[in-house]
Design a protein around this ligand. Sequence first.
Ligand code: DP6
Length: 323
Amino acid sequence: MITARAHTNIALVKYWGKKDQKLIIPQTDSLSLTLNEFYADTSVEFRDDLTADHIEIDGHVVTGHVADKVINFLNIIRKMSEKNSYANVISTNHVPVSAGLASSASAFAALATAASKAAGLELDRRDLSRLARRGSGSATRSIYGGLVEWHRGTDDLTSFAEPIMENVDFGIEMIALLLNTSKKKVSSRQGMQSSVETSPYYPAWHKVVAHDMVAMKKAINNQDIDQIGHIAEENALRMHALTLSADPGYTYFNGETIRAIQAINDLRSQGISCYYTMDAGPNVKVIYDRKNRSKIIEYLGKLFGQEKLIVSKPGPGVKIISK
Ligand code: DP6
């Protein structure tokens, strides 16, 4: 059995929309930070004695929609490797508490790495990144550690991620503020498609991202955490404006999300700089310089409870951890 470990990533410039839904070619570039606290370990073996793929996630055998996504992904690998047997897949999500932060990014980055190796393929990181993309767009970036850029490209060959800075040697950190762990109602897959098809603001998103990618890379180059946080926050708000402006309109925010946004604004007005970003769910991630960590924890801990805060540093890229 081959086991791979992949960490999740949080986008600082979001991916929100596909050009090609089958190949998962995005409409725009995106840029993320891989986190050290959240990861998936996935083990795969192809076995001639199996009569179907067997998929186990966090101790439970999965069926239905989730299993179908994994089986479709295994079919891509079977085609690439000409392997005809079924696979045994066992995956465990490592999140500090049952946080609802298990992500498709770490899941498919780990699966791509373990399953391709188990099928006898020797893929370099660019090809692993392209392969992980076929499972879930954000997984493209989780092949690498640190700050990572996904080039949207135009087809399967040209849409892949690359590291900008794998070993992040300045003080950027993220706190995940866990506000709601129930399952999301609109998946990111459905949500982004409805934004592409129905939001009158979608054309503007192309311009927003093109601008933010340039500005974000400059801010990273200058190790300017305030600038990184500011651009990420604006970018997240503009992404969420695409959900509000879709038809039917919807939002991933709940009341607690808004309360967290206000708390971060309050911290800023007290002179403690920190910024927020949100993905396809109500949880808020706080971006800050580690020198401000204790003050931010103290303030948010009082409002939301210390147990709701998970501090994360930049994390590494995917690794084979046993074979
Ligand atoms: C808001 O990667 O989950 O987290 O490609 O359909 O599997 P699929 O979507 P997914 O979308 C992630 C959306 C996001 C922004 C981001 O990670 O860039």
